[in-house]
Design a binder for this molecule. Structure first.
Ligand SMILES: Cc1cc2nc3c(=O)[nH]c(=O)nc-3n(C[C@H](O)[C@H](O)[C@H](O)COP(=O)(O)OP(=O)(O)OC[C@H]3O[C@@H](n4cnc5c(N)ncnc54)[C@H](O)[C@@H]3O)c2cc1C
Length: 467
């Protein structure tokens, strides 16, 4: 019998598999995707957030535990478990030598990458290179890997893992790690969670999924139905405003539209609906998916003029271009009169100031609702550009409740041999909000813990069986 069964094929699963194997356990990893699509959302990532008290290779200055914790506290509004959050933060300062041993390489932050040179270590070659390195290392260490192996259900007995089912095939193991992602690719579940809005629309029908199509939440739902302790709210997720032309799945990083704070955003009725300059874009980009989801038709339009060009990382597709604002309204299929009223009101409300996109500057609007509090300059210099935006779901936060051992819990009792890592439990640390790079910090910390714990549980059981 296998010692440790790992279900999932992204960062959390691979960290668990590697740790379990290093501890001496035999390991089988089941990945739902075919080999060419392996790696889940992790293959789309670029970096992980790391605590450090002094400059460390690719990281400049210091990013102490307390600052990381305060950042997390702020974005989650307190919807976080401090003990688990601090465990993740501390683990983020020591995991990189281990990652390097398994072939991951780091590089300094790129310019335009959300000002993260101090806080985030970037993977050379991105998340794709990271998962490829982990797979190579796992294979070299003797971890067995099966692709196209979607687990549909588990066999549990009194809170213990017994077996997993891939179709009709029953796979037994002494212990198990669940690392099968959130439910962001399950469109029915998103629909159920978001429901209908007062206009009778199903907002989730217009969501795009930034990552893998394989995170359908099958095991999350199974565990809920099996009575596992849960945490989080099914409507909470990391959601970004992305290019409306992005594909339904796997558009990845290059579909993000990063010019919101440099212009204005209007909805389908050509009305502004939120302060585009509320704070630095890295601190605000993850709220705009939700804001767009709340608009009719779940669509919005980011409008800029020539002054903004060159000040943001351009998306992969060019925007709609026009020589005048009325022409832009027509090209975007917006009501021209209402659009011009909005734009004229905005332009007239901009107060003179000293524009500086690197600080919270004094360029603001007066007498306008909603106000634009920073970087407000008249949109008056052709050519003008418009980008249609849709909500892009990165990952959902509903998850299994854990303690510092990563054990799945039933009625507050930890399972002796079933553990969980990554998006399936990230909601313990991230009840809402987001700070860039923390998804990989959580997955790496808990993947490693879950793998060690699963190996320990399996090896103990093996010893008992042979004693
Ligand atoms: C475009 C994009 C960019 C991102 N950038 C960053 C970043 O730079 N930094 C950061 O920290 N986070 C980033 N994230 C978030 C990050 O991807 C996640 O937090 C992290 O990868 C989660 O790891 P995971 O292993 O839990 O899930 P995943 O990597 O999604 O892995 C889940 C795995 O489970 C498999 N699976 C699902 N269901 C089953 C089943 N029933 N049976 C078997 N296997 C199954 C899937 O095929 C997949 O391999 C980004 C996400 C996206 C989409």
């Amino acid at each position: 019998m296998i010692d440790v069964l790992v279900i999932g094929g992204g960062n959390a699963a691979l960290c668990a598999a590697l740790m379990a194997r290093e501890a001496g356990a035999s390991v089988l990893l089941l990945e739902a995707a075919p080999r060419e699509w392996r790696g889940g959302n992790s293959m789309h990532t670029r970096n992980l957030r790391c605590m450090h008290d002094a400059p460390q290779d690719v990281l400049v200055d210091a990013y102490p535990e307390e600052e990381f914790w305060q950042d997390l506290l702020k974005v989650t509004g307190g919807a976080t478990d401090e003990k688990l959050a601090r465990l993740v933060i501390r683990a983020s300062s020591t995991c990189r030598p281990w990652m390097r041993r398994h072939g991951v390489r780091f590089q300094p932050s790129l310019s335009g990458a959300l000002h993260t040179a101090r806080t985030n270590a970037f993977f050379m070659g991105g998340g794709k290179a990271l998962v490829n390195a982990y797979y190579r290392s796992a294979e070299a260490l003797g971890v067995r890997i099966r692709y196209d192996a979607r687990v549909e259900r588990l066999e549990l007995r009194d809170g213990r893992f017994v077996a997993a089912f891939v179709g009709d095939e029953r796979i037994e193991a002494r212990s198990c790690v669940l690392a099968a992602g959130g439910f962001e690719s399950n469109r029915e579940w998103l629909r159920e969670a978001w429901g209908r809005n007062p206009a009778g629309e199903w907002p989730a029908d217009n969501f795009l999924i930034r990552g893998t199509r394989f995170n359908t939440g099958t095991l999350l739902r199974f565990m809920m139905d099996a009575g596992a302790d849960m945490t989080g709210d099914p409507t909470q997720a990391h959601m970004v405003a992305i290019d409306a032309r992005a594909p339904l799945y796997d558009g990845g990083i290059c579909t993000r539209i990063d010019c919101v704070s440099l212009g204005v955003v209007v909805n389908r009725d050509a009305q502004r609906f939120y302060d585009e300059g509320e704070d630095f874009w890295p601190k605000r980009y993850a709220i705009w998916g939700r804001l767009v989801a709340q608009q009719s038709g779940q669509v919005a339009y980011s409008i800029i003029d020539a002054k903004a060009v060159g000040r943001f990382m351009p998306p992969v597709f060019p925007g709609t271009k026009a020589g005048s604002l009325p022409e832009l309204a027509r090209a975007l299929d917006l009501d021209e009169m209402r659009f011009m009223q909005t734009m004229n009101a905005y332009n007239a409300a901009c107060r003179p100031g000293r524009f500086n996109h690197t600080v919270l500057d004094d360029c603001t609007t007066a007498g306008l609702a909603p106000q634009k509090t920073h970087w407000a300059r008249p949109i008056d210099t052709p050519p003008f550009f418009g980008y249609a935006l849709r909500p892009g779901v990165t990952f959902t936060y509903l998850g299994l409740k854990v303690d510092e051992t990563a054990a799945v819990r039933f009625g507050s009792e930890p399972s002796p041999n079933l553990f969980v890592a990554g998006e399936m439990m990230a909601g313990n640390v991230l009840g809402k909000g987001y700070t860039a790079g923390v998804g990989m910090s959580i997955g790496t910390a808990f993947g490693r813990i879950a793998g060690s714990q699963a190996a320990q549980a399996a090896l103990e059981e093996r010893r008992h069986a042979t004693a």
